[in-house]
Design a protein around this ligand. Structure first.
Ligand code: DNO
Ligand code: MN
Length: 359
């Protein structure tokens, strides 16, 4: 398992690279050019600059999270081919700087959705929170206002350029069904996966967060059956998945261990995050420790260990602890604790295995 840490770039992250490299076992950063609007080709010089910065600290840039998909592609609009061509150019250039995995998602309009970014835990820390009834009653424009009021940080998935045309965008999604979204994903994958394969890159789709429809918009990357279907749409090793335990784990029916066993090598990137589910459908992000949430992180790490997982992993969102001022979910402290928890499980399992084989 190759551990990476999400990094939003120089001047755009409270966590500097010289701190990231001090987290045990972190070999690289999961990065992106967050200021480039979806649909545009990423400039090579900008990629080279990131590579140079990261390499100063002995960190690699093998994983990109994310190259976002233009809404016209998700909508299957006539203009999609231009954006798909740009995506292919980006893939080719990313290969030139050594990238191996591109994480992306196929959620209409919004990426992750929460109703409170700083919900208090009993211990005084805070975490991202989803209140189902509140969201069900909410106008999407109201949610955007609430989320983006933390304007000191740009937030992935909530970029201003994406939200400017929100009303118009919602109108365009009227009548777009899950079946349409499937068809548009198939079209996209048939175009880009062969290009990724040619350049030794794996496309790794991120599950929908939460894994159900919000604001009446269709969502399809939600469960084991659908991920299986996605991997079969284009049955190539270059068509992979980012298995996010927190996103999928928000639905208690999802069995992450089963998914790891089934999808195996097609998992290019593991996101490790715990969430605590409540009976009314609400959930809150917790520490990574198994007993703090509903997701069995111990068994998930064990499943990766059992399959001798060689892909990339990162701790996903953490809580905000020790008064850290940071982008919601992306402080240094709790994510670093999460990494140590994962290594604790991993190393123990390795040692036990070693002992067994010596017997
Ligand atoms: C949340 C992340 C997501 C993820 C994208 C991938 O912090 O897990 O925003 O990066 O969905 O495209
Ligand atoms: Mn994730």
């Amino acid at each position: 398992m190759k551990m990476v840490f999400r990094w939003f770039g120089e001047g755009n992250d409270t966590v500097p690279l010289n701190h990231i490299r001090q987290i045990p076992g972190v070999e690289g950063v999961a990065w992106a050019l967050h200021d480039i609007p979806a649909g545009e080709a990423w400039p090579l010089e900008r990629m080279l600059k990131i590579k140079q910065e990261a390499e100063k600290y002995n960190l690699h840039i093998d994983v990109v999270e994310s190259v976002n998909i233009h809404e016209d592609i998700k909508l299957g609009a006539a203009t999609r081919d231009t954006y798909i061509e740009n995506y292919k150019i980006t893939i080719e250039r990313l290969a030139q700087v050594g990238v191996k995995v591109i994480c992306y998602n196929f959620m209409p309009v919004f990426d992750w959705v929460r109703t409170n970014l700083f919900e208090p835990h009993p211990d005084g820390s805070t975490g991202l929170f989803y209140e189902r009834a509140k969201l069900d009653d909410m106008d999407p424009l109201e949610l955007v206002k609430q989320i983006t009021k933390h304007e000191d940080f740009t937030m992935p998935g909530w970029e201003p350029e994406r939200l400017k045309y929100l009303t118009e965008l919602f109108a365009r999604y009227q009548g777009v069904t899950e079946a349409d979204l499937w068809e548009n994903l198939r079209y996209f994958l048939e175009e880009v996966v062969p290009v990724a394969a040619k350049y030794g890159i794996t496309m790794a789709i991120h599950p929908d967060d939460p894994p159900w429809s919000v604001f009446g918009l269709p969502r399809i990357v939600t469960n084991q059956k659908n991920i299986r279907k996605i991997l079969q749409l284009v049955d190539s090793p270059a068509n992979g998945v980012t298995l996010c335990s927190g996103s999928l784990g928000a639905n208690g029916e999802n069995d992450l261990v089963k998914m790891i066993k089934e999808f195996g090598d097609r998992i290019a990137f593991a996101h490790i995050r715990n969430v605590k589910l409540f009976e009314n459908g609400d959930f809150i992000e917790t520490s990574h420790r198994t007993k703090d949430g509903t997701v069995d992180i111990t068994s998930i790490v064990k499943a990766y260990h059992d399959m001798n997982f060689k892909g990339y992993a990162r701790p996903d969102h953490g809580r905000h602890i020790w008064d850290e001022q940071c982008r919601p979910g992306y402080g240094l402290y709790d994510r670093a604790l999460g990494i140590m928890y994962v290594w604790g499980i991993w190393d123990t399992l390795s040692q036990l295995k070693g002992e067994q084989s010596c017997e």
